[in-house]
Unconditional design. Structure first.
Length: 535
């Protein structure tokens, strides 16, 4: 470590590296003009860089030069089980090679802490209508991945510096945000900013905490695991001034889809963005994380927010130790990473985005930048002014998840989704819920009547406008997936119907859009009844 700048951290028994002193020694007053990203990298250089090249590396930050690469030593590596496992297989192979040469294989370990989160193996076979869905899906996941999970568990015991989060605990980015990142690390009596690389493009999710985190490939992650530097040129660091506040009823999704459209037009690919201003300060950590998580969609490498009171509130909310929360505050205010200290930061380019102008929005998922305001759906011919049967589409056999019970689909029929969103604008608040219940009652009543006449219909259950019907063998009551598929195919063969349907094993889920009328809904159910009779 470069000792000349190591100093006591006030109010603690720890030390820190005074990057401000190192930067201002090159150009007095330069530190106050540096963006957040440059300040974190400056600290990393002062603490870890070879003293022989420290000054010329710091000059890249001070003078905004891009003449040479400088080293970055991330504090940790976050992996999901696919690429993380691959890297650990390589380390296991290295152990074999060391053993073949007569060496001690136990000496081969990651130098940098590695957090492997098993979240990429789950396939949903049982839907949410099944009260035991979570346990069943987990059992299927364990059975299909028995060998892989055994190896991953072995790595936790065999390697030092490897922490494994087993399956069933959540998505790696959410775990990283809620549990893994300390924001300020402590090692060998020294406090320093948390930074990480992750084997997924959405690793910048944790940038919302003020933690520089970028997505990398498996080889780059493996390189960092072994304690080697990640060499980089100074990226373009863009200030994004957020003004105003979102209007009542506007969600984080509306904000991020609007920002994504805006930022793609501003050509920020490969840039590090720093969100600042009164609008950024007012956003909760959850809203900030939603924005940071979309960095790959608008092309940025990182999407940073500064450490402030919102950060501390979130750390407390997610159960971080109070001593750690106080350390984050003390370090950030001492080292110049607290939001107030960034007021004088200067950027090569600054963009301005008004949060108060965001409206209810839909987009994607394949084109998240192709944003459409729900008030513009009719003008664009997506909804409104079209025959209802054309708007709602026909039944589909699709492996899709349905959002809520209010008539939209996620990953399903986009036209039905648009109709549902348009309907939400038509039916205000209580009207939405009331209409969903009305549709659910019609579905339940008709399906129950069909059940009494045909024993092949099993359980009928659901909520709101989403009702599921199970199809079974009438004698054994065993699930009959073949019958389910036959009914769905027959319904399609009989023409266009107005139900957005999805088959899930031996279950058909009906989720019509709220804009559907009772008459058209019943016509669609007549088609289903005829299809069942013919199957």
């Amino acid at each position: 470590m470069s000792s000349p700048y190591r100093k006591p951290l006030p109010g603690t028994d720890l030390d820190y590296f005074d990057a401000r002193a190192a930067v201002d020694a090159i150009q007095p007053g330069a530190w106050d003009r540096l963006p957040y990203t440059s300040r974190v990298h400056a600290e990393n250089l002062v603490r870890r860089c070879d003293p022989a090249i420290l000054r010329e590396c710091l000059e890249q930050l001070v003078y905004r030069r891009r003449e040479r690469d400088f080293p970055w030593f991330p504090a940790r590596v976050v992996c999901h089980d696919i690429l993380g496992q691959t890297a650990l297989v390589d380390l296991a192979g290295l152990r074999d090679a060391i053993a073949d040469q007569g060496g001690d294989p136990a000496q081969v370990n990651p130098v940098v802490p590695v957090q492997l989160i098993v979240d990429h193996s789950l396939a949903v076979e049982c839907g949410g209508y099944d009260p035991d869905a979570f346990a069943k899906n987990r059992a299927i996941e364990d059975r299909r991945n028995e060998d892989r999970f055994h190896f991953i568990e072995w790595t936790k015991k065999a390697f030092r510096n490897v922490d494994v989060i087993p399956p069933g605990n959540g998505i790696m980015h959410q775990i990283n945000l809620e549990k893994m990142s300390p924001v300020i690390q402590v090692q060998d009596g020294v406090a320093f900013p948390d930074t990480c690389v992750g084997t997924d493009s959405h690793t910048p999710h944790v940038d919302a905490l003020g933690v520089i985190a970028v997505g990398v490939g498996g080889l780059e992650a493996e390189n960092v695991m072994l304690g080697r530097a990640s060499w980089m040129r100074l990226p373009e660091i863009v200030g994004v001034e957020l003004t105003g506040r979102p209007q009542p009823g506007i969600t984080a999704t509306d904000v991020v889809l609007s920002l994504t459209e805006f930022l793609r037009k501003q050509k920020v690919v490969g840039s590090y963005l720093e969100f600042r201003g009164e609008g950024a300060a007012a956003l909760t950590l959850g809203d900030r994380a939603t924005i940071s998580n979309m960095a790959p969609e608008y092309g940025a490498t990182a999407a940073m927010f500064f450490i402030d009171g919102q950060t501390l509130d979130y750390l407390r909310l997610t159960g971080r130790d109070e001593g750690q929360v106080k350390l984050v505050e003390t370090y950030a205010k001492t080292a110049g990473l607290w939001a107030d200290a960034l007021a004088t930061a200067e950027y090569e380019r600054t963009l301005t985005f008004d949060l108060s102008g965001v409206v209810r929005t839909m987009a994607g998922p394949s084109n998240p930048h192709a944003r459409v305001s729900t008030t513009d759906l009719a003008a664009k011919g997506i909804a409104g002014g079209l025959p209802l049967a054309a708007v709602t589409g026909r039944a589909e056999i699709m492996d899709a998840s349905h959002a809520g019970g209010l008539g939209g689909t996620y990953g399903g029929n986009p036209i039905a989704c648009a109709a549902a969103l348009a309907a939400i604008d038509v039916f205000e608040n209580d009207g939405v819920i009331e209409r969903a219940r009305e549709i659910g009652e019609i579905l339940t009543t008709r399906l129950t009547a069909m059940q009494k006449q045909d024993a092949r219909i099993g359980d009928i259950r659901g909520h709101g406008a989403m009702i599921a019907a199970e199809f079974v063998d009438p004698e054994t009551q065993a699930p009959d997936a073949a019958l389910t598929a036959a009914v769905a195919k027959a319904a399609i063969a009989q023409g266009v119907i107005v139900l957005t349907c999805g088959t899930y094993g031996n279950v058909i889920r009906f989720l019509p859009p709220l804009a559907i009328g009772d008459e058209l809904l019943n016509e669609g159910l007549d088609v289903v009844a005829a299809a069942l009779a013919a199957a």
